[in-house]
Ligand binder design. Sequence first.
Ligand code: NAD
Length: 260
Amino acid sequence: MLKGKSALVTGSTSGIGLAIARALAAQGANVTINGFGDKASIEKERNGIEKEFAVKAIYSGADMSKPAEIADMVHASEKAFGSLDILVSNAGIQYVAPIEEFPIEKWNQIIAINLSAAFHAIRAAVPGMKSRKWGRIICTASAHSLVASPFKCAYVTAKHGLAGLTKTVALEVATFGITANCISPGYVWTPLVEKQIPDTAKARGLTEEQVKRDVLLAAQPTKEFVTVDEVADLAVYLCSDAAKSITGANLSIDGGWTAE
Ligand code: NAD
């Protein structure tokens, strides 16, 4: 379905981003993967994508808190594949603390990586998409782009901002064959969720098991974590021609969380 197209997925060395990059490659897209991690494991993943799906895959170690590195990554991706047709702005981090104790550097870092990085990547990718009259922009937002939870002020702020940014871009590019949408998962079992459990336990005075059951899955009526493959399948659908009229949307995939 995506043969001849190329995609860049930020934050794709792990979790949701990795599943999206693999799912797009499975549809025939060449992919740029990005993110931090062990160099040998990243190379294994990149090489594995090429072999398994018979596409080209490159890696960029660009830091999503650095605007110049983001623009360079977009341009390197265009140069490597001749175009950048699909941009998935996915990299994100979390920090959990009461607002009066929330470290200023964590606030700045989360706003930079979870929100401003999407602006810088979209800004760099849109001219090429406009010239080719085709593009798909997908931002991994969150149920926290629609509702809040205590102790996550920076994350909730960034994700609400991302939803606004995506809607604005959708309006600007609507007549160029480009769509821009948010995917908003509830709790997906990935390293990001796993890592915040000890801090949430500390902030709320609960055990880690209680956090899983009474805090995380309490919000999710299905009482099940969303899977990375379910999120990746939605991203693939948004890249299809069948989804060309879906733009400016914020699509929940949250087991019913935000219906309450
Ligand atoms: P994850 O920790 O598994 O993956 C995050 C990715 O971002 C990794 O590849 C990491 O290396 C990369 N990254 C972090 N900082 C970076 C930086 N400065 N520059 C470049 N790459 C960087 O997390 P995940 O759960 O897969 O989260 C992916 C996205 O999905 C995030 O935006 C997150 O907010 C969102 N999300 C996750 C959940 C969930 O429950 N897991 C729910 C809703 C939304």
